[in-house]
Design a protein around this ligand. Structure first.
Ligand SMILES: *Cc1c(COP(=O)(O)O)cnc(C)c1O
Length: 425
């Protein structure tokens, strides 16, 4: 049982600490923000790089009753490996011809259908298996990606799905859609998509569809548009404690706390003279006598090469900046003459309350979004789970127990605040 503690103290080149106490509290905060809706924790792409199985379990402990993935394989893996309590629904939406429809039906997954080819394949599979499929019909209300177009296409799909339902081949369990610009609050497309969604849902219901859930909200819409919550909110990035965009607000504004901290052990500290080129291409040259610190992670670990010369790292109590290029396995920071020991801790990003940068700071440094920063952290970086035990330091709940709604972060002890200075450029 001390595995986590051992991993935490073991000398590791690098590790991504995943605070499952924060994740549970984030889900509780989202439930409080969307009190009329169920919460689907989106755990696609290995839970945005945080680890699908532990995060799915923690999300359920926090009160999520649905889990969402992109691919059917991700959903089947969760069903097989996560040991989820009965009644937790799993939905997946990114299908290609050939399935695996049969496996999905047998695993009691909710499958998304955007068009006739998929409806035909899923009903064939249901006939072969002898069980009805749980099908959610997806409407394209304006994203222009997957989903069924409004008008004749929607009429054809809804009509065919209802016939298959009366033949006992499927249950239409959901009507759903996805927003294009929810991370830009006030964008006119949001209202337009909501109007069209209501129309497409109304059409289906007039024809006789009785879905369990209607849903359109991702994290930004969950945080900013209560009129988009319907029966279910599909939250991904907010579960991991990261704001969808600066325009939406900061994660702290919503009582969310970043779950992943990326740490590395400084591999070498050495003094060099002024005028010394640093890393491939010599894009950084030391301005005078200084000390350099070698950080043993690179783009193979998901550190964006676009953060060359800009990425922030907390080392020795100060913010340092990637000096020169990020290489495949390592990069260098200028320690400005500070004499640190090899093995000193470098925090690339974390929750921010110990003075360290956040994934959002890295997103800004690399010209991308924080989703990409956490999701791309590579498999060579071990995930170390902290606060795995439910109930530690807070009123947690066990699997299968319906949790009470506890708004905000009330979980495990966290050192708040820090007078660590952000310095170095
Ligand atoms: C990824 C995804 C989500 C979650 O989006 P967030 O912005 O991370 O909350 C919701 N729905 C669909 C269809 C998705 O692909």
């Amino acid at each position: 049982m001390n595995e986590t503690a051992t991993q935490l103290t073991a000398p590791l080149r690098a590790r991504a600490e995943i605070d499952l106490g924060a994740l549970r509290a984030n889900v509780r905060a989202l439930r409080a923000l969307a009190p009329g809706a169920a919460v689907m924790a989106v755990v696609k792409a290995d839970a945005y790089g945080h680890g699908a199985v532990p995060c799915a379990r923690a999300a359920v402990e926090g009160g999520a009753t649905w889990l969402g993935t992109a691919t059917p394989q991700e959903a089947l893996d969760l069903r097989a490996r996560a040991g989820l309590p009965d009644g937790v629904r799993i939905m997946c939406w990114l299908w290609t011809p050939g399935g695996p429809w049969r496996e999905a039906i047998e695993a009691d997954l909710d499958v998304s259908v955007s068009g006739m080819w998929a409806l035909e394949e899923v009903t064939d599979a249901a006939r072969a298996v002898g069980l009805p499929a749980r099908v959610q019909l997806k409407a394209d209300t304006g994203l222009g990606r997957s989903g069924c177009q409004p008008g004749d296409d929607w009429a054809e799909l809804v009509g065919a799905a209802l016939r298959a339902e009366s033949d006992g081949l499927l249950r239409i369990t959901g009507l759903w859609s996805h927003l294009a610009c929810a991370d830009e609050p006030g964008h006119p497309s949001i209202d337009a998509q909501l109007v069209l969604f209501r129309e497409m849902v109304a059409y289906a219901e007039e024809r006789g569809v009785r879905a369990e859930v209607r849903h359109i909200a991702n994290s930004p819409a969950t945080l900013t548009r209560s009129d988009a919550h319907f029966d279910l909110v599909r939250t991904g990035i907010a579960v991991y404690g990261i704001s969808p965009s600066p325009e939406v607000g900061s994660s702290a504004d919503f009582g969310l706390r970043p779950v992943m901290s990326l740490k590395a052990s400084v591999a070498l500290v050495k003094q060099v003279p002024g005028g010394h080129g640093v890393s491939y291409g010599h894009h950084y040259v030391t301005p005078g006598v200084t000390t350099l610190g070698l950080i043993p992670v690179g783009y193979a670990d998901g550190i964006p090469r676009h953060a060359s010369g800009t990425g922030p790292v907390l080392v020795g109590g100060k913010w340092r900046t990637v000096a020169g290029r990020v290489a495949m396995d390592q990069f260098v920071v200028d320690l400005g003459g500070d004499e640190l020991e090899a093995g000193a801790e470098a925090i690339l990003f974390g929750a921010g309350d110990h003075g360290e940068p956040t994934a959002e700071d890295w997103a800004q440094a690399a010209g991308t979004i924080a989703y990409e920063i956490v999701t791309r952290i590579g498999t060579r970086v071990p995930r170390v789970y902290v606060n795995e035990v439910v109930g530690e330091g807070g009123p947690g709940v066990g699997p299968g127990v319906v949790p009470e709604i506890i708004p905000g972060y009330e979980g495990d002890d966290v050192a708040q605040g820090s007078d660590v200075k952000r310095s170095g450029t």
